[in-house]
Design a protein around this ligand. Structure first.
Ligand code: SF4
Length: 294
């Protein structure tokens, strides 16, 4: 169900902006997400989202954003896509993300987008106006469209995400891949990881960040286990035996795959740390460094 709500604020300051694409602020226009990934961390009880199937639309997001950006003395990077996908399905009709991007660009701020959707192609005209003060990361956990349909049931397929990545890259937008999570026993085969890396590179990725494993918390865990029982019978028991109630659930192949990914990235010039990323895209860096003058 879609619920329209009036929000109090729209930009949350990030304490460690150097750790996530230089983003000083986080913007979430939606709360809850229609992509319904079975492993979604935003289901965790600590976020107090009563029903993750419902999506709250911050209907006054643009007024709030306008007021907030107008009042800021120095420019910075706004990040979006951490708690909810900015291109969740109802964005098609609400177009709030699109209009927020326009405002952010108009005020001279930079933008970082993380998404699992190819809907971002729609906004390419606006992304181009950021003049390199922009990065777009596509989250891809497998390139197997059939497997993705089980674990990310309502998100556009990885093939569509890769096609969007290529289109943005060809248009000069810095793009890359977030390989996180990599679900233990499901997505952590060396062959699967190689295919994902090669596909990302072929489709224009210039950076890659990863976690060979997942995180699991109360609320999120129960839902995930229920879906494991539906789609991967017997796997829940292996998870319980190995991870119990651990928050960080690394793949048993963590070390091997970590080295494999790092080697691939080094061999092919993919950026793997935020400092280097901000060096590679100096205009993005310039907006980020402006925050120190505040
Ligand atoms: S796209 Fe992201 S926020 Fe949306 S359900 Fe999937 S993991 Fe959660």
């Amino acid at each position: 169900m879609i619920k329209e709500v009036v929000a109090k604020g729209i930009l949350i300051p990030n304490k460690h902006s150097e750790n996530w694409f230089g983003a000083k602020y986080t913007m979430n226009i939606y709360r809850g997400c229609e992509h319904q990934c079975i492993y979604c961390d935003s289901r965790s009880a600590c976020y107090q989202i009563e029903n993750f199937e419902d999506v709250e639309v911050k209907i006054n997001a643009l007024e709030l954003l306008h007021k907030t950006l107008k009042g800021k003395r120095s420019k910075a990077i706004v990040g979006t896509g951490s708690m909810s996908d900015p291109y969740t399905l109802c964005e098609t009709s609400y177009t709030l993300t699109r209009r927020a991007l326009k405002l952010i660009a108009t005020y001279g701020f930079g933008i970082h987008i993380s998404t699992k959707s190819d809907m971002v192609r729609r906004d390419l005209d606006i992304l181009k106006t950021f003049q390199n003060r922009v990065t777009v990361a596509f989250t891809i956990t497998t390139v197997d469209d059939r497997l993705a349909a089980l674990v990310e049931p309502f998100a556009p397929s990885p093939s569509r995400r890769l096609a969007a990545m290529k289109e943005l890259s060809d248009a000069g937008i810095p793009v890359g891949v977030l390989m996180m999570p990599i679900l233990p026993y499901i997505e952590d085969s060396p062959e699967g990881i190689d295919r994902l890396l090669e596909s990302a590179l072929r489709h224009g990725a210039s950076f890659c960040f990863w976690h060979v494993g997942m995180t699991c918390r109360e609320g999120q865990r129960e839902y995930y286990y229920q879906k494991l029982d539906e789609h991967f019978p017997g796997l829940k028991e292996r998870y319980i035996q190995r991870y119990r109630d651990r928050y960080v659930c690394d793949s048993p192949r963590l070390v091997e795959l970590h080295e494999r990914i790092r080697d691939f990235c080094d061999d092919n010039g993919l950026i793997t740390d935020f400092d280097s990323l901000l060096e590679r895209y100096p205009e993005h860096r310039a907006v980020q460094s402006a925050l120190f003058s505040e």
